[in-house]
Design a protein around this ligand. Structure first.
Ligand SMILES: CC(C)(COP(=O)(O)OP(=O)(O)OC[C@H]1O[C@@H](n2cnc3c(N)ncnc32)[C@H](O)[C@@H]1OP(=O)(O)O)[C@@H](O)C(=O)NCCC(=O)NCCS
Length: 177
């Protein structure tokens, strides 16, 4: 068994661990119990829907916008799902304000062990392979852990902006790979 954390494409071998992570807390908002059940019961169908480019994104101000092409990678160790990182292949005017090229989350029970930092570092070659350099990374002004992750990776603060419907100002960083 590989006990070194590594990035992989989403894989049904980790579906129960991923569902457990959704249940304990992965993103900034709690997961929908129906989605957790979907992952457990029909992972392939859930994954197809998760990758469906026709699915719309609902922004903080309530607007619905199309998705941009993206790559999702999972940080796993042994049999355990630890976290998820999404690489957006292009920016839109909305993503230039919030979201940027990269979004990430570590499951609640695995936070504070350096996995967030490691996951971003492991994702850098993937960004480069996608031709994304520099990468825009945004985070809430009150998200101390994310600020540390971005700054330790070498992110340079462009500015801090106010975003309609958002709970707090948003920091925008550029990271040269
Ligand atoms: C943000 C997040 C990914 C951090 O993951 P993590 O694995 O806990 O982070 P790390 O353990 O790699 O820690 C990174 C740095 O933040 C610090 N840190 C961790 N948790 C912290 C906290 N609650 N408050 C302040 N600093 C914190 C760590 O000490 C470390 O800094 P150091 O290297 O100087 O010691 C995780 O908290 C998360 O998934 N949050 C919900 C989703 C989210 O906010 N995503 C980011 C959107 S921009």
């Amino acid at each position: 068994m590989l006990l070194t954390p590594r990035l992989i494409a989403p894989d049904s071998a980790y579906k129960d661990s991923f569902a457990d992570a959704l249940a304990e807390g992965l993103g900034e908002t709690p997961a929908d119990p129906d989605e957790i059940a979907w992952v457990r019961e029909d992972f392939d169908d859930w994954l197809r829907a998760d990758n469906d480019m026709s699915r719309r994104i609902i922004l903080a101000d309530g607007r619905e916008v199309p998705r941009v092409p993206f790559t999702t990678l999972w940080l796993v160790m042994g049999q355990q799902f630890l976290g998820r990182i999404s690489l957006r292949h292009q920016l839109t005017p909305d993503l230039e304000r919030v979201g940027g090229h990269v979004g990430y989350a570590i499951r609640a029970s695995a936070r504070g062990h350096g996995y967030g930092q490691l996951m971003l570092r492991l994702a850098l070659p993937h960004l480069q392979a996608l031709g994304i350099n520099p990468a825009l990374i945004t985070c809430n002004d009150d998200n101390q852990a994310s600020i540390r992750i971005i700054e330790k990776a070498g992110g340079k603060l462009q500015d801090t902006i106010t975003v309609a419907g958002a709970t707090c100002p948003v920091r925008r960083y550029w990271l040269t790979i």
